[in-house]
Write a protein that binds this ligand. Sequence first.
Ligand code: G4P
Length: 289
Amino acid sequence: MVYQWYPGHMTKARRAMQEDIKLIDLIIELVDARCPLSSRNPDIDGMGKNKSRLILLNKSDLADPAANRRWCAYFESLGFGVLEINAKSGAGMKAIQGKVQEVCREKLERDRRRGILNRPVRAMVAGIPNVGKSTFINSFAGKACTKTGNKPGVTKGKQWIRLNKGLELLDTPGILWPKFEDQAVGLRLALIGSMNDEILNKEELALSLTGFLKDRYPAALTERYGMSDAALAEGGLAVLNAVCDSRKCYKKGQEADYERASSLLLEDFRSGRLGRITLETCPEGEKQA
Ligand code: G4P
């Protein structure tokens, strides 16, 4: 299966992002905690040179807590501010304001030295599609915030959300495109549901997932589907057959309905019903393992 993204979209998104970056001090970059590197585009590091940086491991509720901690340490070791959050429930979001102050300290001190005391930090939210940008903006900005209009000196049409007197957020997030350097990246993005399922072969995807789970999270399969050790050991179709048996996915005449079982398995994974699972091991973690 070949995973791809459309070049036209990439060019447009990049141009829009480059324009918006000129207006801000801080990039709040959302990544998916289940595959933090696959769900980011490292080009943002070049585009965001000289900007303060904060990485939010979003959907951390769906990812392995131990892996979340390792990923935080990894990004911190690269010099980013980093937090685990759940934009949907709001968990972890309270710590953001403090972290913003921390990563913007240099800028704030520079302002203070120049006698600028009340200029708010301007931030933009960025990330690849489906990583939770809109959910985050809604939840972070909440209902209490006020939208600032088209101020003189600000590009016409730009809306800023004033969160408090120290922080303003651009209301349209920057859209990054995934970077498909290898097919493993595309596969992880397909597994977390960041690609249109219509164009994907769900059975192939489900088989990749079962292959990964049986090695890394076998209990997820045994607990949810009551899978036998023999099916686990055999892997491949034997695992999918066990899902069919457990969920009664049969066509007429007791023939296994792999398509339905595959959809079910993928949905169970994406919704967290299989437990908290991280698909990508961080480089530090690899050394520790
Ligand atoms: P985007 O703007 O980056 O494209 O992403 P968006 O906010 O639309 O979020 C994509 C999906 O991810 C939404 O689910 C949203 O609810 C979910 N989501 C966002 N943040 C989190 C999180 O921290 N944890 C979990 N578990 N889910 C999160 P959806 O199915 O498209 O919509 P809905 O049915 O949840 O409304």
